[in-house]
Design a protein around this ligand. Structure first.
Ligand code: FMN
Ligand code: SF4
Length: 446
């Protein structure tokens, strides 16, 4: 699978001046937009729906279906809101697209705005992404000059679009779509209770579509290369399950951690973890073996090495007890790394990033962190393991105790660790070991 596939999303990366309009156009750019503008907006929505594209931001919701949730014939403004917060640990695919091929993303935003009848698009980008911000802004400026943004775009009467960049201040919760909207409106990024979902009430309480950067890049190619091309890549729907829509199209996989060649790689949805590590990332570093990996960004949980033949798609990871595919960012953990340290670091991150609105999330994430900090000091008790499993099982959208999914993301690594790595934790506690990892310096906070 790895060798026969031709990269599409990364095809311009590495080409000199790939971020400029001149080079993008010379390589076939904005042809998808021309094809889209020849269709009525409803047909563009239908194509994206028929392609089976599922959002690349984490939840995998079908993009075209989301667009149909907008109220019909809405008299007021509709907004596109592009999520470039990219705070999920291990995830940097959006950054590569924005830095090296911003026009590919902008073309997708223009097509999506045409389809959804939005005349304003906000692109919310985390403040740490300085080069992405500058490249996007200069690409947007080029588009205004070339008539690709502004009024009556490409001569299409009545199709107007402005894109505004908005820089976040660097908080994980700003990536949650309603936290993002609150932040965009100038408030603290506290996620909203849903429903209403943003398609009904989003930015400034108006109908809004929130989509990820990579989702936008996929829209560009669906319109340019067609629905059949997109559906020919990835994992088709299971014919025995009428509700399954498959995992279709190309995907950017970020690989980091204990591998020889960390990086962002493009492959069809459905590549296995093992193929990704061995065929793309040069195998596990220092001649060691892997113990585990985080398969889709930290919040998705853990796979053991024995589970590395699992397909990275929207269905298979759940069958292995993970939360889902998430951002498809794979962090590899070698066999000399303590899962106690890994889990402590995970809990510390989520506790720090909890916005604090919901008691189970605010208190639960801090409680789990304190237990693990004590365990790292050699003062753990076996009963702590049941306690961790119980706290992890009680927080999140899944048990229905929180407003947003950050708590699920905090809980899943804990639940998976207790199910899959319990003997390592038991041995650690029984032996009274202390952690020698530099993370210990941070223990003073707990
Ligand atoms: C805590 C939390 C953080 C999130 N962070 C991001 C993020 O950084 N980028 C992103 O695109 N989606 C993020 N999401 C998912 C968004 O809420 C939303 O589903 C997504 O932007 C929709 O775009 P898509 O349908 O194109 O995937 C996050 C969700 C949660 C619960
Ligand atoms: S689950 Fe956590 S991050 Fe999400 S709204 Fe509640 S307290 Fe905030």
């Amino acid at each position: 699978m790895a060798t026969s596939f031709e990269p599409v999303l990364l095809r311009n990366v590495g080409v000199k001046d790939s971020h400029t309009l001149k080079v993008y156009r010379a390589r076939g750019g904005y042809e998808g937009l021309q094809k889209a503008l020849a269709l009525p907006p409803g047909d563009v929505v239908a194509r994206v729906k028929d392609s089976g594209l599922r959002g690349r931001g984490g939840a995998g919701f079908p993009t075209g279906v989301k667009w149909t949730f907008l109220p019909k014939d809405h008299p007021g403004p509709i907004y596109m809101c592009i999520n470039a917060d990219e705070s999920e640990p291990g995830t940097f695919n959006n950054r590569i697209l924005m830095e090296d091929d911003p026009h590919q993303v902008i073309e997708g935003i223009i097509i999506s705005s045409y389809a959804t009848k939005a005349a304003t698009a906000y692109l919310y980008i985390r403040v740490e992404y300085g080069l992405s911000f500058r490249r996007l802004q200069s690409a947007i400026d080029e588009c205004y000059e070339a008539g690709l943004l502004g009024k009556n775009i490409q001569g299409k009467q009545g199709f107007h679009l402005d894109i505004h960049l908005h820089r976040g201040a660097g908080a994980y919760i700003c990536g949650e779509e309603t936290g993002l909207i609150e932040s965009l409106e100038g408030k603290r990024a506290w996620p909203r209770i849903k429903p209403p979902f943003p398609a009904i009430e989003g930015v400034f309480r108006k109908p809004t579509i929130v989509n990820n950067i990579e989702t936008m890049a996929c829209v560009t190619h669906i319109l340019d290369r067609g629905v059949d091309w997109f559906r020919s890549i990835g994992v088709p729907p299971d014919p025995s399950n009428p509700r399954d829509i498959g995992s279709l199209g190309p995907k950017l996989y970020c690989v980091s951690g204990h591998v020889n060649k960390p990086g962002c790689y493009e492959a069809p949805l459905g590549i296995t973890v093992r193929e990704l590590i061995d065929d793309f990332a040069g195998g596990v570093w220092k001649g060691r073996k892997a113990k585990a990996c985080i398969p889709g960004g930290l919040s998705m949980g853990f796979l053991t090495e024995a589970e590395f033949d699992t397909r990275l798609d929207f269905n298979e990871l759940q069958k292995k007890g993970c939360l889902g595919l998430g951002t498809a960012a794979v962090i590899v953990i070698d066999d000399q790394t303590s899962m106690i340290d890994v889990l402590y670091n995970s809990c510390r991150f989520f506790s720090h990033e909890s916005c604090g609105q919901c008691t189970p999330c605010r208190e639960g994430t801090a409680w789990m962190t304190k237990i693990l900090a004590r365990m790292r000091r050699g003062q753990g008790e076996l009963s702590d393991l049941d306690q961790l499993a119980e706290i992890g099982g009680g927080i999140g959208l899944t048990p229905g105790t929180t407003i947003c999914g950050l708590a699920d993301g905090a809980a899943w690594p804990v639940k998976n660790a207790m199910q899959k790595f319990r003997p390592e934790f038991e041995e650690w506690i029984r032996s009274g070991r202390r952690s020698e990892d530099p993370l210990g310096e941070l223990l003073a906070h707990h």
